[in-house]
Write a protein that binds this ligand. Sequence first.
Ligand code: GAL
Length: 802
Amino acid sequence: MRCCYFLLVGLLCCIFEANAQSGRKTENFNTNWKFFLGDNPQAKNTEFNDGTWRSLNLPHDWSIEGTFDPKNPTTQAEGGLPAGIGWYRKRFTIPASSTNKSVFIDFDGVYRNSEVWINGHYLGKRPNGYISFRYDLTPYLKFGGQNVIAVRVDNADQPNSRWYTGSGIYRNVRLVTTAKTYLVNWGTFITTPHVDDKSAKIALNISVYQPAAKGRITLETIIYDAAGKVVAQRTSPVKNSKDTVVMVSQNLQVNNPRLWSVTDPYLYKVTVKVFEDGRLADDYTMHTGIRYFNFDADKGFSLNGKPLKIWGVCMHHDQGALGAAVNTRAIERQLQILKAMGCNAIRTSHNPPAPELLDLCDRMGFLVMDEAFDMWKKKKSKFDYHLDWEKWHVKDLQDQVLRDRNHPSIFAWSIGNEIREQFDSTGISIGRELVNIVKQLDKTRPVTSALSEADPKKNFIYQSGALDLVGLNYHQEVYADFQKNYPGQKFIGTENMSALATRGHYDMPSDSIRRWPKDGKTPLKDGNPDFTVSAYDNVSAYWGSTHEETWKIIKKYDFLSGLFVWTGFDYIGEPTPYLWPARSSYFGIVDLAGFPKDVYYMYQSEWTNKPVLHLLPHWNWKPGQTIDVWAYYNNADEVELYLNGRSLGTRKKNGDDLHVMWRVKYEPGALKAISRKNGRVVLTTQVNTAGQPYRIQLKADRGHIKADGNDLSFVTVSVLDKNNNLVPNAGHLIKFKVEGSGILKALDDGSQTNLEPFTGNEHHVFNGFGLAVIQSKVKPGAITLSATADGLQAARVTIESN
Ligand code: GAL
């Protein structure tokens, strides 16, 4: 009897356990899709035969697989890659055990005009290519049977952007299964209304969906520190209500909080659980950071009470040769390169970003300005979002704020970039409307707009009085007088510089500054025939400045809270100042392949404490030529330059100088620089004249990657001479072969004019460097990349995936 009793209790416990553990199931829904490039209205039907379609995994960008062609309707502004219409279909089964569940599909972003059908039933259309959206599949699913989802993507109307967008389901897709009672999507808002050293008050507003037939509903929130220890917990009953959506507020306290900052991005984990009659119906886990910040009209920005200059960069969403298709490792690599430069902030120009970018910024310690639009009602290109404005802008902006407002990294919202309505009175009404939409959902962050009209009297978005921060794009000449012209206002440089450079290319003299294209027209009359731009930080768009010019101003005044350099990385499209064959931008501090241009080290010398001594240019010139030698340095009083052992003199930065320079008559050999502090050597660096190209070198950024079919190793390809010097003008065609458990995902060289595809097995290097991107397969094992070229010794590198 006793034994039976135990058995029964044991069984009940098991049953209870199984139910208690059910909660939410989130499945990656990226694999095994069928794709067709073209239109076929029949493809929405369940019975449609997609047997001949291509099989692929998401995220997917079909434009990046195409050929650069100036005749493509995307135009040079979007990189001249093809767009068009594409269809995706996927067959999947839903277990019979889910019959009483709710099932949703989440799309992080589809460029653009997506339309979705489930089992032939139309779910809807979403024009905005950057917004995340969800559909409830529950009423149309065959539980215990096969289902078909079909997605039509229409990016045919061109041009619709000023930069490369990509085409397709280029972000992640998930399937989410919950009980009938569940936590509303983006329905949890977590804030920290009070933070000090001793404690932080954590407030949660949680929306619960509870259908008519419901039991007793309770909510539990648990906060864990990074080590997994519970630091706060609260359980609240959900009041019985006729409403299907009920909002519950909870207040928790975390003692001795460890604050989130850009140098210590400490995250807590928050799990919210909803129970129905004691059974777990749904649960959701997010991370949060405890921090506070302030903008002050005199003192600028502060984070957790300490002044912090915003050292930001603007970024478009493409991942260079990988296109728009989201890959977390590719985004992480970009951020690592920027972090090593000292950058502490990202502006998601000019659209809602991939959620992975925000997660990484939370984790790696970047502030984020989350931007919504590049245009409102008035267009910038013929078929852009202005056509969808009337019907969609409220929903799109709401969804962006709802999705993103729990990220500790986000410190400001931008309602638009260089919006045309700033020039007429509609800027007042629309500006107020948008700020109001944001504030209804999040009052904890300031709202700005990136303004290009710097005269406060002529700028109607500013005149709306609705902005918390005055965001200025360019117009660095008015910054010093900002407090006079905008009394009591708070400043942020939303977009700055637009300096231009090609990695590894140098035009003399370095100290004459050029503004391009002066007359606003291309091709340039005084540009280089090979479409290069000098990397001596002496060229900028005529509306902008060199890097040094604007940074000197921002650095000088505390009330200038910071800036966002246009841009961190080169991106595909907008190749100002040139016409075809230029197909990607020249604005980056880092080139498209991820190789820093020289000015990267100017920022590093200013924005980090690590010792920097960077010498430019390379040392392969014509004998007798006059060459300007620059050094960026920090943590030292002076730099001495030597050519073949002879001192060419010592230079010190004076006043607000950001580099030192020597004018040198070229002779081949060794150019060496030594930085010294109080007479003691801080750093030494040397550039040698390279001899004949001799061999290829391959260097993987990571020798071990995950065997998950997604992870990447970025391999730098260099052409070296016999003595291991980089050959600075090498442009060899390199042939690649990958064997083992990986594939060759993409190739690039950072050139702005190379029209070779990013896919395939061969690619030229540019100014000595190339990039091969290796992707793992799901099967663990070794991956070997080999590279060969005419006249060069071949190279191999092995990467382990497990
Ligand atoms: C700005 C614009 C950016 C980019 C940049 C190029 O005016 O906001 O999107 O076009 O110019 O200099």
